[in-house]
Design a protein around this ligand. Structure first.
Ligand SMILES: [Fe+2]
Ligand SMILES: [Fe+2]
Length: 475
C-alpha cells in the first residue's frame, strides 16, 4: 500500500486504476493543472534541471528520492498514509464510533469547505512566489524555493483527489475553481487574506515559509485528527513535506541574521544606514518583517470566537493540535478558554465556552511553536555578542480578524490611540522605504557555490551534497 505506482499517468498509492471514473476525471484535470503551472508556476524556470526530492513511498524512512528533474516533469501524484485498522473517532459528539470512510451527508458541505479552503492555500503560495527565482541569492536557495513550489503543487493534488473522489460533481467544480482563482486578483482572489499578499523578496519568502507554512502545519495537524479518514491520511503525508518548508524559512532568516551580525561586528556599528550601505539588512528591518508576517499569519486561524469552529469540532471534522495527546474528555462541553477583549481602552481576558474558542486554542498552540525559531535566531545574535533581540509581537498587534480587528495595539501589547499608531507604525511594520531597500538587494546570484552578500551560506547542503553542488542546471 505504501509504495507508489509511478507507471501510471498519475503516480499514486490509492489503486487509482481500479476506479476508472475517478481516474478519468483526474486525468482530465491534470492538463489544466499543468497549464496553470506553466502560467503561474515559477517564472522562466521551465527548462531548468532542478535537484528535487520526489516521494517514492510514504514510509517515514526513505520516502524521498533525489535527482535533477525539470519541474513541469515533476511526478505530482496522490499519496496517502496507510490506513489504520479500525480507526475510531477520538473527539466530539461521535467519539468512539468508527472513523468515516465516506462523507456523511450532514457534514458534506462543511467538509467540502474545509478541503477547499486548505486546497486554495497551496497554489496561492506558488503564485505568490512565482517571481522569486529571478532574484535568488544562490543556486541552493533557488532549489529550495522550487522544492517548496512543487510540493505545494502536490498538496493541491492531494486536496483535489479528495474533492474528485468524495464530492462528485461539486467536487470537480471546486477542483476547477482552485485553478481559476489567483493570488491578489481583484475579481477572483484566493480565499484567505495572507494568501493574497505579495511575497516580493527573499526576506518575505523566508518569513512566509517560517510563519505561514507553519500555519499550514497547524491546520494540517488539526485535519489529521479528522473523523473523515481519507482526509486524515492525506494530511498526515502532507505534513512530512511541510517540515522542509519551515526549515527553509527558519534557516533562511537565520542566515540573513548571521550575515548582518558579521557585518555589524566588522564595521563595529549598529547604525541601520551604515549597514544598508554595506549591503546587509539591519536587524530592526528584520524585526519589522517578522512583525508583519507573524500578525498576518495568526489572522489565518480565524475569529477568536466562532460557532463554525465549535461545529467543526463537535461533529468530528477538525480536531485540535495533538488531540490524541490531550488528557481532557475530547468533547469540551462546559469547558472554558480565555480570549482577549477590549474594555475601556484596555486589553482584558475573558472566559468563553471553549468550543467556540477553538480557533484561539489553535492560534495559541501555533504561537508557542513559532516562538521557538525566533529564540534560535536570537542565539545567532547572542553568539555574535550583539545586544539586540528579535521578539514575537503581542497577539493583538496588527490584527484584522475577530474581536481585535482594527484595534490599535503596540507590539508590546499596549492599547494605543490611532494617533500614536500612525506616528509609530513605521517602527513596527515594514515601510515602503524598507521594502524598497530590501528589493534593491535582490540581484540574481546563480554561479555554483556563490551567495549574495546579504545572506550567509548554509552550514550544509541538501541531501548531504556539498554547499557548492550544482543544485540547478540552467539550460
Ligand atoms: Fe502546503
Ligand atoms: Fe508548505
Amino acid at each position: 500500500m505504501s509504495s507508489i505506482n509511478y507507471s501510471e499517468k498519475i503516480p499514486n498509492n490509492v489503486n487509482l486504476s481500479e476506479d476508472r471514473t475517478l481516474q478519468r476525471a483526474l486525468e482530465h484535470w491534470q492538463p489544466n493543472y499543468l497549464s496553470w503551472w506553466q502560467d503561474m508556476g515559477p517564472e522562466g524556470s521551465q527548462d531548468f534541471d532542478v535537484y528535487l526530492r520526489t516521494a517514492v513511498s510514504v514510509d517515514p524512512q526513505g520516502w524521498a528520492q533525489f535527482g535533477h528533474v525539470k519541474m513541469p516533469d515533476y511526478r505530482w501524484g496522490i499519496f496517502l498514509n496507510p490506513a489504520e485498522a479500525d480507526r475510531k473517532i477520538h473527539f466530539g459528539d461521535h467519539l468512539g464510533e468508527p472513523a468515516w470512510q465516506e462523507v456523511p451527508g450532514e457534514h458534506r458541505a462543511n467538509l467540502r469547505r474545509i478541503i477547499v479552503t486548505q486546497g486554495d492555500t497551496e497554489p496561492a503560495s506558488v503564485e505568490q512566489q512565482r517571481h522569486l527565482g529571478l532574484t535568488c541569492p544562490s543556486q541552493y536557495d533557488l532549489r529550495n524555493l522550487f522544492q517548496v513550489n512543487v510540493e505545494e503543487g502536490r498538496h493541491l493534488w492531494a486536496m483535489v483527489y479528495l474533492l474528485h473522489k468524495y464530492f462528485g460533481r461539486d467536487g470537480r467544480e471546486e477542483g476547477d475553481a482552485l485553478l481559476a482563482r489567483r493570488s491578489g486578483d481583484q475579481d477572483n482572489p484566493r480565499i484567505l487574506g495572507a494568501f493574497n499578499e505579495k511575497t516580493p523578496d527573499w526576506l518575505s519568502f523566508f518569513m512566509f515559509t517560517y510563519f505561514t507554512d507553519r500555519d499550514g502545519k497547524f491546520q494540517l495537524c488539526a485535519l489529521a485528527e479528522s473523523s473523515f479518514d481519507p482526509l486524515a491520511r492525506t494530511t498526515k503525508f502532507m505534513l512530512t513535506e511541510e517540515a522542509h518548508h519551515m526549515f527553509v524559512g527558519e534557516s533562511g532568516v537565520s542566515r540573513i541574521v548571521q550575515r548582518t551580525c558579521q557585518v555589524m561586528n566588522e564595521l563595529k556599528t549598529d547604525d541601520p544606514k551604515k549597514l544598508r550601505e554595506a549591503g546587509v539588512i539591519d536587524l530592526p528591518t528584520i524585526q519589522r518583517y517578522l512583525n508583519f508576517h507573524f500578525s498576518v499569519t495568526i489572522d489565518l486561524f480565524g475569529a477568536d470566537q466562532s460557532s463554525n469552529a465549535a461545529i467543526f469540532y463537535s461533529s468530528g471534522l477538525k480536531g485540535r493540535f495533538e488531540e490524541g495527546k490531550r488528557s481532557d474528555d475530547h468533547v469540551l462541553k462546559g469547558e472554558h478558554y480565555k480570549v482577549l477583549d477590549v474594555q475601556d481602552g484596555r486589553l482584558v481576558e475573558k472566559d468563553v465556552p471553549m468550543l467556540n474558542a477553538l480557533n484561539e486554542v489553535l492560534r495559541d498552540d501555533y504561537i508557542k511553536d513559532s516562538v521557538g525559531g525566533v529564540g534560535r535566531w536570537n542565539k545567532v545574535i547572542e553568539k555574535a555578542g550583539i545586544p539586540f533581540r528579535l521578539t514575537v509581537p503581542h497577539k493583538a498587534f496588527h490584527r484584522s480578524i475577530g474581536t481585535l480587528a482594527g484595534v490599535k495595539v503596540s507590539p508590546e501589547g499596549h492599547h494605543i490611540s490611532d494617533h500614536e499608531w500612525n506616528q509609530r507604525v513605521e517602527e513596527w511594520l515594514p515601510s515602503d522605504e524598507d521594502r524598497a531597500f530590501v528589493a534593491s538587494l535582490m540581484g540574481r546570484v546563480v554561479e555554483t557555490g556563490r551567495f549574495a552578500n546579504w545572506i550567509a551560506p548554509p552550514m550544509m547542503g541538501i541531501n548531504r551534497q556539498p554547499v557548492d553542488f550544482e543544485y540547478v542546471r540552467f539550460n
